[in-house]
Design a protein around this ligand. Structure first.
Ligand code: PLP
Length: 428
């Protein structure tokens, strides 16, 4: 059969066609139902087919779907920016809308570089990042990403190399354990800053909980407080990439709120549009915006569809729905229940190495052998096989990378919509 739709197949045969979605379920054209245990790519946070959202999108489409941001503003984009300023902690008040997490990560990089230019320190251009991280697929965002499998074909074209160790307690890169380690992994940022020279560094970017590149690596208490302190001491901005972790997924609006740490710029995506429309954002604090407002007065970036009313209306309706149904709180409750269930399964399924994460962002690292912590041999692609087996049984999981050497297949992420009920969690 001729196929012109380019897509990475999950299975060897043609992918099933989806007819419609309702709540946490997707329904195939062949009548099969699938439990969306990963919200797609950790995206559909409020579930499928919510009428309030499609009504809001319809209303907007009847008025106008697109205006160019240099010509006009819109109630939808203004309303979304105001809602984010209300929801996000501290003085994260300034939203720049784009279409994907990758674009948002690159916008955040540019904001940070521009901040230092406006402050009269133009040599501060480098953005530090960690091994075991993912910030996006475009060349700039991929440069920041410590995800070997996604970098390897493109290394000649990548502008930077992640240099900071990840907070990976299950396989501590320093062979230490918490708390006697005294957060060596956080201090590794200081080593990296000194190595490159603080005069060259604009920012440090990190996912508060490492998603695809580490299957929900969750730093210990005190980690981000230490990161904040190091950033402040060396005049380095801190960018929290909350594309996967943000918008209620971990039980708080931002995952970074689980630590006493306020980022200078936040990167949002995925759950912001919750799958209803592509939208992402780089949100800057008053501190970052002040010199820009007093200087060139423009963020030197943007895309044709930036801030389009159609996506903004969808995202605004999503945020209102989350508020109305207290979905962050629900994520905290259901996440706790699901983690307890999964921990209880460890006896019967010894390949479950560690269950980690916060709220409804749960990673499972697979182990071949608990005694020596050996992962399954890479060529077995154990994680991918588990995802495929679940898919054949109509449960959708998300493959992730873990283990010392990295490599897709040693971990999976479970992240159902935040709307999942206690009964549905029990049935999962
Ligand atoms: N940042 C993080 C933390 C992500 O998890 C992702 C995607 O998985 C991205 C950025 C890139 O987002 P997108 O795929 O929308 O470009």
């Amino acid at each position: 059969m001729k196929r012109s739709y380019l897509i990475k197949p999950l299975l060897d045969e043609q992918l099933p066609e989806i007819a419609f979605g309702r709540g946490i379920f997707l329904y195939g054209a062949d009548g099969k139902d699938y439990l969306d245990g990963s919200s797609g790519a950790i995206t559909c946070s409020i579930g499928h087919g919510i009428k309030e959202i499609t009504d809001a999108m319809n209303e907007q489409a009847k008025k106008v779907s697109f205006v160019y941001r240099s010509h006009f503003t819109s109630k939808a984009a203004e309303g979304l920016a105001d809602k984010l300023a209300e929801l996000l902690p501290g003085d994260l008040n300034w939203s720049f809308f784009v279409n994907s997490g990758s674009e948002a990560a690159e916008t955040a990089m540019k904001m940070a570089i521009q901040y230092w230019q406006e402050k009269g320190r133009p040599s501060k251009t480098a953005v530090l990042s960690r091994w075991r991280s993912y910030h996006g697929i475009t060349m700039g965002a991929l440069s920041l990403s410590g995800y070997p499998e996604r970098r390897v074909r493109f290394t000649d074209h990548l502008a930077s190399n992640p240099d900071v160790s990840a907070p990976y307690c299950f396989r501590c890169p320093f062979q230490q354990s918490y708390p006697s380690c005294n957060l060596m992994c956080a201090d590794d940022l200081e080593r990296s800053i000194k190595r490159m020279g603080e005069e060259n560094i604009a920012a440090f970017i990190a996912e508060p909980i490492v998603g695809a590149a580490g299957a929900c690596l969750t730093p210990p208490p005190g980690y981000y407080e230490r990161i904040r302190d190091i950033c402040d001491r060396y005049d380095v901005l801190f960018i929290a990439d909350e594309v996967m972790t943000g918008m209620g997924r971990t039980g708080k609006v931002l995952a970074i709120e689980h630590w006493d740490c306020l980022p200078d710029i936040v990167v949002l995506g995925k759950g912001l549009g919750a799958g209803y429309s592509p939208i992402a954002a780089a949100v800057a604090s008053d501190k970052v915006m002040k010199p820009i407002q007093e200087g060139s007065r423009v963020i030197m970036s943007g895309h044709t569809y930036s801030g389009n009313p159609q996506s903004a209306a969808a995202a605004l309706a999503v945020l209102k729905y989350m508020d109305k149904h207290s979905l962050a709180e629900q994520a905290a409750r259901q996440g706790q229940q699901l983690r307890e269930q999964l921990n209880g399964m460890q006896q019967s399924f010894p390949f479950i190495g560690e269950v980690r994460g916060i709220g409804l962002l749960i990673g499972i690292e697979l182990l071949n052998n608990h005694d020596d912590m050996a992962p399954f041999p890479k060529q077995l692609k154990a994680g991918a096989k588990l995802v495929e087996l679940a898919f054949r049984n109509r449960l959708i999981l998300y493959p992730a990378s873990a283990g010392e050497e990295g490599g897709d297949g040693d971990a999976v992420i479970i992240a159902p919509p935040l709307t999942i009920t206690s009964q549905e969690t029990a049935d999962l």
